[in-house]
Design a protein around this ligand. Structure first.
Ligand SMILES: Nc1ncnc2c1ncn2[C@@H]1O[C@H](COP(=O)(O)OP(=O)(O)OP(=O)(O)O)[C@@H](O)[C@H]1O
Length: 738
């Protein structure tokens, strides 16, 4: 079945399920009762969240609508606008509300100063008192903390601080005697929250074209992370360095892209002659980097800002006479990367240097470009004013740390601001951030033109899974048990036995690439031809070429692939809007990885996502941290004690893992699963056999092997007989049939 390239997975599912129910086809059963529309609407792939926020209370709802109402009264046009905003529909073609088009049609690139009458807000009327700010921030579970040493906070000139900070200043003499609790309280901030997206223009005066592009996305309510961070990054006081910990799928991308783009629009106005990379966005995988570029392209349209995906072979930072790429006209297709890589050196020298304003990259690719594959010292990026680290905890984890810190240090402008974003962040990352900021400034020997803070904003509970998905932790005893469980999910006619109904599209995570490959080949023929057969299931991992990876991502997004078997390559950041769930075929290496993997579903507040985690005997020592995450997530969700999937007895019974074993597990995963022997020949019989991904028992395999051996021996005999000229044409014995 072919769908237009613009179609998304949800459209496909809607249209697919009209004429053929994918779920039913997968069951190979015609007896299955049609899934009720009530169940259907609970599926994230068909549903949409009327409000993408995860945490709110009636008190803040009332306060916010009172504040929003007050603003509406100020200009009739604004009121019409808001009433005209269509229902939130992530899968529509994102038609802009008519009123908003007229309002902004005259907008030209970067006409920041042109703010229409109804846009202008009286700041006095708008600003909230501290009680209101506290109420709103607390009900959305947003916590903002100044991370600097107390002395540093107190040494800051009063003019740049709000009244809250003035109070701290007066406490200066008492500082040494402050208790830990008091120090914590002194660091706590209650900045003004963003009440609606219109304020971006009216109050924070962002570029009108950018505001228009945001409006085109059709979002009506800011998520918590947007509500908390956008005022901090767009407000009048000096832009801070910012650490953000906010749930998966909560819209962090928009939160960091809007301020980055707006800053560049302003920069173009004040420094029309300065061209080059002004902002860097670093992400751990190519898939995520490419997704950020796609999101960015929607936001930069018509602003004069260019955003580019870093590619192998691309030259950065040296602009001697090279042509400038028209970055926004390019597709971010993987095959282009390969093209660049495969070009001979002579041709490569002609590859234009990127003069894009925003470069989105994985760490290694940029480090290689800046150091000629580590053969020279790192070149600097002197113009970069904003460095965004998406999935910062993994970027600063030992795997990428050296490369990320090299990039950070290569950004040599004294006014650099950093943003570190993730759904999980250990305190070691916070310490590393603090020390790197200090070291970098010392190395530079220059001071930033104005003092600024390092703030941390946390939404919800740090390092927890989103509360809007159902977690199923399933004991499968053995590898065979896991495979049987998974097959039940694929053939949900049998689902009554396990009470889990997971409809495609969904992701399946394994621990290693060979296991993903093995699982894919095991399952590939489970999908009936009427449902599209083996083309509906694919495997994605980092051993595939960039082109293959992009193609699979595209087909999954388009709905041509329904089930994607993958590794932790896709655990973080990637946003498949309407996937119904996630299967952890192999348990994740850490609680943080669990949070990220399961966060591929339930995005933007959607209900109905399911996260199934199978565990075996070998996994028992490692399951407690996952069970704890589920427990906390269920507590955040509220509801009856009996509804909880993790019972107290289980938590008590599961063993705790020592610090060293945790480290070991994080680095290597479950040891027995590290090598997946794919053939009997490779199988040394020492442990790996039990970990094999196959439904066949050892006995069956041995029989099969014997049979194969007999066939081979028979062929050899025949060949030998033919060679000696005495084979009978009658073929009285043809060996065993396969
Ligand atoms: N205010 C909003 N209202 C509704 N949907 C939104 C809003 N902001 C962003 N979204 C959508 O939410 C989805 C998730 O956003 P995004 O990918 O930025 O999440 P994230 O916080 O970066 O998640 P992760 O931690 O997994 O990387 C996207 O499809 C995005 O378009």
């Amino acid at each position: 079945m072919l769908f237009p390239a613009s179609a998304n997975i949800n459209d496909i599912f809607d249209s697919t399920t009209k004429d053929m129910d994918a779920f039913r086809l997968l069951t190979r059963s015609t007896k299955l009762k049609p899934v009720s529309s009530a169940t259907d609407s609970r599926l994230p792939s068909t549903g949409k969240a009327a409000n993408p926020q995860l945490f709110r209370t009636a008190e803040s709802d009332n306060l916010e609508s009172a504040k929003n109402g007050k603003k509406r009264k100020r200009g009739a046009a604004v009121q019409e606008d808001e009433e005209d905003v269509p229902d939130l529909d992530f899968f529509s073609s994102n038609k802009r509300p008519a009123a908003s088009v007229t309002e902004t049609a005259a907008a030209t690139v970067g006409d920041d100063k042109k703010v229409s009458a109804q846009d202008v807000a009286s700041d006095d009327e708008d600003s909230m008192d501290e009680v209101e700010r506290r109420t709103i921030l607390n009900s959305h579970k947003i916590k903002v903390t100044d991370m600097r040493d107390l002395e540093e906070i107190q040494a800051e000139p009063t003019s740049t601080k709000d009244s809250k900070k003035k109070k701290k200043k007066s406490k200066k003499e008492e500082a040494p005697t402050l208790s830990k609790k008091e120090q914590k309280r002194a660091r706590r901030l209650f900045p003004e929250p963003l009440l609606n997206f219109k304020e971006l223009r009216s109050k924070y005066k962002i570029s009108s074209r950018l505001a228009e592009n945001v409006a085109e996305q059709g979002f009506t309510v800011p998520t918590e992370v947007q509500l908390g961070t956008l005022p901090l990054l767009l407000g009048e006081s000096s832009e801070p360095d910012l650490l953000v910990v906010a749930p998966t799928g909560s819209g962090k991308t928009l939160s960091f892209l809007i301020p980055v783009i707006n800053k560049i629009v302003r920069h173009h106005h004040s420094n029309p002659d300065e061209h080059g990379i002004l902002s860097l966005v670093v992400a751990p995988t190519r898939e995520l980097a490419s997704q950020i570029v796609n999101e960015g392209r929607k936001l930069v349209a018509g602003t004069g800002v260019k955003i580019t995906l870093m590619r192998k072979g691309m030259r950065v930072g040296d602009d001697s006479g090279a042509d400038v790429l028209d970055e926004n006209s390019e597709e971010s297709s993987g095959s282009q990367d390969e093209d660049a890589e495969d070009k001979p050196a002579k041709e490569r020298a002609n590859i234009p240097v990127t003069k894009s304003d925003i470069l989105v990259t994985t760490p290694l690719m940029l480090v290689n470009a800046l150091s000629a594959n580590r053969t020279t010292t790192m070149a600097t990026l002197p113009l970069v004013r904003s460095l965004v680290m998406d999935e910062a905890d993994v970027l600063l984890d030992p795997l990428f740390r050296e490369q990320t810190l090299d990039i950070w240090k290569a950004c040599s402008h004294p006014d650099l601001r950093v943003g570190l974003w993730s759904a999980t962040m250990g305190s070691n990352i916070e310490d590393l951030t603090k020390s790197t900021i200090k070291e970098r400034l010392e190395d530079l020997g220059q001071k930033p033109s104005e003092p600024h803070a390092l703030l941390r904003l946390v939404v919800g509970l740090k390092d927890s899974a989103i509360p809007n998905i159902d977690h199923k932790l399933v004991y499968a005893a053995t590898e065979q048990g896991k495979l049987m469980g998974l097959r039940q999910l694929l053939r949900p006619a049998a689902a009554s036995a396990s009470d889990i109904r997971l409809r495609p599209p969904f992701l399946i995570f394994t621990q290693t690439i060979p296991r993903a490959v093995a699982l894919h080949s095991e399952l590939k023929y489970d999908i009936p031809a009427e449902a599209g057969g083996s083309s509906r299931i694919a495997v994605l991992h980092s051993d595939l070429s960039d082109g293959q990876r992009s193609d699979i991502m595209r087909d999954f997004r388009k709905g041509e692939i329904w089930i994607l078997v993958t590794t932790d390559l896709l655990a973080r950041g990637v946003d498949f809007r309407g996937i119904n769930g996630v299967v952890n075929y192999d348990i994740p290496n850490s609680a943080a990885v669990y949070v990220h993997r399961v966060g591929r579903t339930g995005r933007a507040g959607r209900e109905g996502g399911i996260a199934v985690t199978y565990y075996t005997k070998e996994d028992i020592p490692y399951v407690k941290s996952i069970a704890n995450i589920i427990d906390v997530s269920e507590k955040l969700r509220g509801g009856e004690e009996g509804d909880k999937s993790i019972q107290k007895w289980l938590l008590d019974a599961l063993p705790n893992l020592s610090k060293n074993s945790k480290k070991d597990m994080k680095r290597h995963g479950v040891k027995a699963r590290q090598t997946q022997r794919l053939t009997d020949k490779e199988d040394d019989g020492k442990g790996a056999r039990g970990m094999r991904i196959s439904t066949k028992s050892g006995f069956e395999r041995r029989l099969e092997n014997k049979k194969k051996g007999a066939i081979a021996a028979s062929r050899n005999r025949k060949a030998a007989a033919a060679a000696s000229g005495n084979v009978s044409d009658t073929g009285s014995w043809n060996g065993l049939d396969d």
